[in-house]
Design a protein around this ligand. Sequence first.
Ligand SMILES: [Zn+2]
Length: 382
Amino acid sequence: MTERLYDDGSLMEFDAKVVSCTEIKKGFEVVLDRTAFFPEGGGQQGDVGRIDGAEVIDTYEKNGEIIHKCKSALEVGSSVHGTVDEHIRLRRMQNHSGEHLLMGFIHAKLGYENVGFHLGSSEVTLDLNGTITDEDLKECELKANEAIARDLPITITYPDSSALASMEYRSKLEMTENVRIVTIEGVDVCACCAPHVSSTGKIGIVKVLSSESYKGGTRVHILCGLDAFELLGQRLEAVAEICRLLSAKPEKAVGFVEKLLGENNELKRRIAEAEKEKAAEIIASLKNDSRKSFCVFTKGIGRDALREVANKAVLLTDGIAGVFGEEEQGFSYIIASANVPLRAKSKEINSALGGKGGGSDQMIQGSVTADKETIEKFFSEL
Ligand SMILES: [Zn+2]
């Protein structure tokens, strides 16, 4: 069995001997007599890095052995030097230890368990088996960051079964032997197989990003350490850009946006009113004594107003009524008929007028590129 060296989360380099090297589809599975590479587990991905000249692209467990998936082969029996990619590992440990820290305070306050955990580089999620208010979550987040400032020790221990029996700790599995306990002094005791930073100060920051109801409980999105630092930087840049566009100070930006939205809604309401009036004028002027197919042209009204006109125009014909709204290029249309099934007719209309669109047998809508004369001629020959 490989000797596991990652209980010391800061150990990134080590010497070892190659026990076996097996060629697989894409690379080689290398087993060492000892390793600081952490195999995937407990929600945390397997480490990457180098063993001598061979790049390690993943680490996982198979039949109790730790497998280093390498891009090239290593000689069995040779002495090698392993280097874990510390930039990737540090970020994963910051997020994982940060999750334990926050969970410790949530568990102490509400007694909830973490029933689901995902650790990614752009997002970490933890699923609680209960609902938490924003206020309680904020309080736990603040306590977690105060614990970071106090730089509390984080230790790994393997208590024997009798010590374990009298211990209170968070755990997903019912195990009694070889249980690896991660303790954040005075905050949290939890069974976990992954490497952690050695004290809370190294987590840097725990930031709750959002939370939502999930499977009867709550899913909390967080980010810690350098990943959180980068994300907060990006968010601040976005806020700065919004403030530049609004010519507003950050603390006034929300009020500005609310004012703009209010103005926008008022403008939309006025436009809708004006279009309604215009549609009413067009409807009042509609005439079609022959009751043949006919078309009418409008300008400056939207699709809803076009439909209102079409609903009235169709009553004036035994054929087809077309209502065309002038656009920057061509026309948008709504064509209606009480007697002619339009679904079958739409292909002929669209091909004659350079258009596209469709709908039901009673009404079709779309746009055309044909000019006014072509459209009028087409309707007069219908
Ligand atoms: Zn854990």
